[in-house]
Design a protein around this ligand. Sequence first.
Ligand code: DAT
Ligand code: MG
Length: 142
Amino acid sequence: MERTLSIIKPDAVSRGVMGKIISRFEAEGITIIAAKMVRLTKEEAMAFYAVHRDKPFYDSLTDFMSSGPIMVMVLEGQDVISRNRAIMGATNPKQAEAGTIRAEFGTDVEKNAVHGSDSPETATKEIAFFFSDYELVKMARP
Ligand code: DAT
Ligand code: MG
């Protein structure tokens, strides 16, 4: 069983498509074990995306990510890190496969609707950035 951090970014929150995005995860049988609305400061967005600090888009990306509320979630399931990345689609919505979240709800390479952790190590770090252990619901399984 894996866990991953999912973020519904400010563009998707402001367009009112949180529910549609969450429905995708539910339809795939992915379990949401934590969720909350957060408004990042510029400094917090810079810390979250520190891995990209040398990229030309870092300043614009962190402006965008602190521009409005986001919804942060922890998803749990078998191979959920790669499954979530597949459901999200390519970083650039114009290159994302039809039917993916980014193809449907993304605007451009920056305003691409969702974030998803890219490896188990990243997932652990990113989940801890937003959630403490007691916020992660222990799901009862049959
Ligand atoms: P992903 O979010 O698919 O993991 P990434 O980790 O390479 O992609 O980049 C993080 C975010 O930075 C991405 O969701 C949007 C933004 N970004 C990436 N490449 C960009 C570019 N060439 N121009 C503007 N923003 C970019
Ligand atoms: Mg990434």
